[in-house]
Ligand binder design. Structure first.
Ligand SMILES: NC(=O)C1=CN([C@@H]2O[C@H](COP(=O)(O)OP(=O)(O)OC[C@H]3O[C@@H](n4cnc5c(N)ncnc54)[C@H](OP(=O)(O)O)[C@@H]3O)[C@@H](O)[C@H]2O)C=CC1
Ligand SMILES: O=C(O)C1=N[C@H](C(=O)O)C[C@H](O)C1
Length: 265
């Protein structure tokens, strides 16, 4: 698998470069960053103290010419710019970027008619197992339990709630036959009144270097159920992305997520 990595000097970009160079079935084909990034021209593996011969580039189209896959953990506007180029070149995409608007998601869906894409807010196998557990829990605890999604991330994160928290909300809402758009409460302040039993609340914590913690709380009278995932490293996200690339080898179009990759649908 000839793999290009976008956002090569970012937190996930570096983790993906490390995981790709360690994977016997993968070859680091290109490393991309903003054309004005100070990282342009550096060896992509310099941060690991080794030379790969792959330099970080800003000329996306030329750099992708020798790639089969682009793994993109950047920002929505960058991912969508890359999407156009990947569609033209037939470079399959694994997209971990979060924070897309509805309209931007529609652009991904449209492109997937011609291009194979795995798009998931969390590539870690553990989190994807939790999505399944939440579906089961919500169906059992379907009345009398107040549902709150609590997430914590590092101080550098720019979107909230996290993409994972939103997906957890969607899974729970779906299991209860509700639409998250109609029942989500993203903040509380002042005289809020009593809690509406049909809502799903979200609480966001930002601080330090927290990699990513997610808890879904089902609070009843006299008991609470909490389903929690805690990431201690970004490596599970990188390994999940490579697993997704391997799974995409046999697909030529379509929009998939990690539930498809892991056979959990
Ligand atoms: N799906 C999953 O499993 C996971 C998803 N994520 C998501 O991945 C994304 C990236 O996270 P993280 O690595 O922590 O973020 P970073 O800010 O560390 O890295 C982002 C990278 O993208 C680059 N970038 C930003 N804007 C542009 C642009 N317009 N054009 C080209 N490059 C650009 C940045 O360059 P510069 O610094 O120069 O701006 C940087 O290299 C986030 O949306 C995060 O939520 C994170 C972890 C797991
Ligand atoms: O920005 C991060 O760091 C993370 N983002 C993803 C999200 O928004 O859910 C996944 C993970 O929690 C780390």
């Amino acid at each position: 698998m000839r793999i290009a990595i976008a956002g090569a000097s970012g937190r996930m970009g570096r983790m993906l470069i490390e995981a790709t160079t360690r994977d016997e079935g993968a070859q680091l084909a290109a490393a991309l960053d903003r054309p004005d990034s100070p990282a342009i021209g550096e060896d992509a593996c310099a941060f690991l103290g080794v030379k790969s011969g792959v330099l970080i580039r800003g000329d996306v189209e030329a750099a992708l010419a020798g790639a089969d896959f682009l793994i993109d953990f950047t920002r929505p506007e960058a991912t969508l710019a890359h999407l156009d180029i990947c569609k033209r070149l037939g470079v399959k995409m694994i997209i971990g970027t979060t924070g897309f608007s509805e309209a931007q998601r529609a652009q991904l869906a449209e492109a997937s008619k011609e291009l194979a894409i795995v798009f998931a807010p969390n590539m870690a196998v553990g989190v994807n197992a939790v999505f399944k557990l939440l579906d089961v829990a919500a169906r059992i605890l379907n009345s009398g339990y107040d549902i709150e999604v609590i997430e914590a991330h590092h101080r550098m994160k720019v979107d909230a709630p996290s993409g994972t928290a939103l997906r957890m909300g969607e899974v729970v809402a779906g299991a209860l036959g509700r639409s998250l758009t109609d029942c989500a409460i993203y903040g509380r302040e002042g005289h809020t009144g009593e809690r509406d039993a049909n809502t799903i609340g979200f609480a966001t914590v930002r601080g330090g270097d927290i990699v990513g913690d997610h808890t879904v709380l089902f609070a009843g009278i006299g008991e609470r159920v909490e389903i929690t995932h805690k990431a201690a490293s970004r490596m599970p996200y990188a390994l999940g992305s490579l697993r997704a690339a391997r799974w995409l080898v046999d697909r030529s179009s379509g929009l998939y997520d990690m539930q498809d990759v892991l056979g959990l649908r």
